[in-house]
Design a protein around this ligand. Structure first.
Ligand SMILES: [Zn+2]
Ligand SMILES: [Zn+2]
Length: 262
């Protein structure tokens, strides 16, 4: 049972449901004492309908969460952040959000690659070739090194549709874990795909992620690990839905570094 969750989305991204307040009410009912909102980041001059909210929603996101933080301050700690991809042309934008103080943290969730002309190139959940996961890793490690991110969401995301754990996967996992360790970034054991259940990927019947062999490496590197609910609905906050994930976490013998300091 966890008491802190820093990975919570809002309806603004277009694929999550519920009001901001409903997430908080569900968190209170589930014994969560610290809830961080980290919606898919809104990008200036870039629209991805159904994936992230438009930039115009930024003020509403911040003001709604600030008001709720105040309203519930005696019962739960609310934090405001974003989940963002490692897109170098947006790093200065990320930094300005943090510097302004409206958001307190960033999660590095490297879902896709968008170039400096704002053209979408690739979804890393569709990685099927070695070069795809190398590309994912190069980009992720670059993000870790910026110091902008506190957490790497689902670092093993590249295994979503990759059929076989091989030497390339091992070397990418080692690079990610080594960088996370060196730069003090926490790796997130993500329950988003756990809720979607196991399915046949290649010859393995498994979750898209977490992928156990990645986490064995993280354990060897003594990386800091936290559980992230990746809530896209108030119901996802209820830890009852995530039993398979906890079981897997425990079997791997990972040590939990759940609570962040701000
Ligand atoms: Zn999402
Ligand atoms: Zn994600």
């Amino acid at each position: 049972m966890i008491k802190e969750n820093y990975h919570t989305h809002t309806y603004r991204c277009g694929h999550a449901i519920g009001t901001d307040e409903e997430y908080i009410i569900e968190a209170l009912a589930s014994g969560i004492t610290e809830l961080g909102f980290s919606d898919h980041i809104f990008l200036p001059d870039h629209s991805q309908v159904g994936i992230r909210g438009d930039f115009e929603l930024l003020d509403d996101y911040i003001s709604s969460l600030k008001a709720l933080r105040e309203k519930y301050k005696d019962r739960i700690k609310i934090h405001i952040g974003f989940e963002a991809e490692a897109m170098p042309h947006y790093f200065s934008y990320y930094k300005s959000l943090l510097d302004k103080g409206d958001i307190e943290y960033l999660i590095l969730g490297n879902h896709c690659e968008i170039d400096k002309n704002n053209e979408l190139h690739f979804f890393f959940s569709h990685a099927t070739k070695a070069k795809d996961i190398i590309r994912y890793t190069n980009s992720l490690v670059k993000g870790i090194k910026t110091g902008l991110f506190r957490i790497v969401a689902h670092p093993d995301y590249f295994m979503s549709s990759y059929f076989k754990w091989n030497a390339t996967c091992i070397s990418c996992a080692k690079r990610i874990c080594k960088a996370a360790k060196k730069y003090g970034v926490v790796l997130e054991f993500n329950f988003g795909a756990v809720r979607r259940g196991k399915r046949l990927i290649g010859e393995e019947y498994r979750f898209a992620y977490p992928y156990n062999k990645f986490w064995e490496i993280a354990k060897k590197y003594k990386c800091k690990v936290m559980i992230g609910l990746d809530a896209h609905s108030p119901n996802d906050i209820s830890t009852l839905n995530n039993d398979g994930g906890y079981e897997m976490f425990k079997e791997l013998g990972l040590e939990l570094s759940q609570k962040m300091t701000f």
